[in-house]
Design a protein around this ligand. Structure first.
Ligand SMILES: [Zn+2]
Ligand SMILES: [Zn+2]
Length: 185
């Protein structure tokens, strides 16, 4: 398997306005155990109307799809996993590549999260996004920020992550009463 890192300008047809004007504005490289896995999640922005969409690696969509088949007997999980697979696969189909399309002028750029630095009051931009899992269940997303002024680094965790972590602890506490730990906060 060869990694296709050659970044040929890829122009996609926007599902919103129908123009061949959607280009990749942010490429989030995936790392696994500190190594680049070759996969990446790409944020696109339509340079005609400003519409944005995200393409996750097809491998991940396959994992959700296979999970849906494996868990179809549980009905609920089958529908949930199938729904996630369909949701992530949709932008691939709705915004097809337009071969040979001219690169549009960049009007809409990356929508990279920015926060104010607590140390110097400068601007800290997002450097890395970490999707966390516990027993295969997504438990939220960490955003790692780095201040451009003083270099301070900090990480934020999505609210969803706190909820899922709490639920996970609750479930494991019910299942394993002997090793139940007190729930923090
Ligand atoms: Zn558009
Ligand atoms: Zn700072």
């Amino acid at each position: 398997m060869m990694g296709s890192d050659a970044a040929a300008p890829e122009v996609r047809r926007c599902a919103g306005c129908g123009q061949a004007a959607a280009v990749c504005v942010a490429d989030w490289q995936h790392t696994s155990m500190g190594m680049r896995s070759g996969a990446s999640t790409r944020d696109f922005a339509c340079q005609a109307c400003g519409r944005r969409f995200t393409l996750v690696p097809k491998l991940r969509i396959w994992v959700w799809g296979v999970s849906a088949v494996l868990f179809v007997w549980t009905c609920v999980l089958g529908v949930v996993f199938g729904g996630i697979a369909a949701w992530q696969a949709w932008p691939w189909h709705a915004n097809p590549v337009v071969p040979g399309a001219a690169m549009p002028a960049l009007r809409f750029r990356a929508d990279i999260p920015v926060r104010r630095c607590g140390s110097c009051g400068g601007t800290a931009s997002c450097r890395q996004v970490t999707a966390k899992r516990s027993s295969g269940i997504p438990t939220g997303t960490d955003h790692a920020f780095e201040c451009s002024g003083c270099g301070t680094r900090f990480t934020t965790t999505s609210v969803w992550g706190h909820v899922m972590l709490w639920l996970g602890r609750l479930v494991s506490a019910v299942r394993n009463p002997l090793i139940a730990a007190p729930i923090e906060r």
